[in-house]
Ligand binder design. Sequence first.
Ligand code: MF3
Ligand code: CO
Length: 286
Amino acid sequence: MSLKRIKNNWHPIKGEPLTDFDKKILYYQNKGFLVPKRKLIKTPEQIEGIRKSGVVNTGVLNLIAEKIHVGMSTAEIDKLVYDYTVAHGAIPAPLNYEGFPKSVCTSINEVVCHGIPDEKRILKEGDIVNVDVSTILDGYFSDASRMFMVGEVSQECKKLVEVTKECLEIGLEKVKPWGFLGDIGKAIQKHADKHGYSVVRDLCGHGVGLEFHEEPDVEHFAKKSKGMLLVPGMVFTIEPMINMGKYDVYVDDEDGWTIYTDDGLPSAQWEYTLVVTETGTEVLTH
Ligand code: MF3
Ligand code: CO
């Protein structure tokens, strides 16, 4: 007979009595569900710090929304992000993150994510561009991305951008305290499938707040297991990448960052940072 191992992520605090919160989580853990580690539950002060970081992050995206235009280079977007972030007393999280050379990711058309801003890449009519902004303010991290449509965009691309936004909103609706992470991915995949699109599997959302990328991985596709228990105080991103064609992707061998669709068809992505609350969720970045 084999012993099925239960991952004991939740431990009582030594020398302290169990609270009702502890008891609730231990109840799920003892039933064999995956529960978060204690450090993933943010305190109200930490959530306030992440919320403030999110305000700067949203300000950056609003600025880009105002300034983006045909003929602009992605390096100009990078400069706007850097200047605004620093002027607001914050740091762009991507800059020098694991060697990333710029302050923001700009991912155009068949680039799925992690595109590197470049003065030679000029935005042209019909491009769909993901601008992925991440901010550190007073040590707190926030993360969000939006799609921008440059000039007149084909009906096909417009629909991809809109359905991807719907995927994010539908995933968000599934965030409920004492629900499961797997419900988010399942709902997103269902919506993408309905439109004949596919969900990228090799990249996920993630815990965020005290670091750029924390546990858990937030998958945007359905898995058999229901995934981690959602507990008030958890902060994570939902950031579905939806491909018009197949879900396969590859990394650029030269820069080591840019992710492309295998079939060269367009991809879109939208991202929020959110906190699980007692009653549902609060979006901390838009
Ligand atoms: N912002 C991306 C995310 O949503 C991470 C980019 S890592 C970088 O998780 F180094 F490329 F910036
Ligand atoms: Co992210």
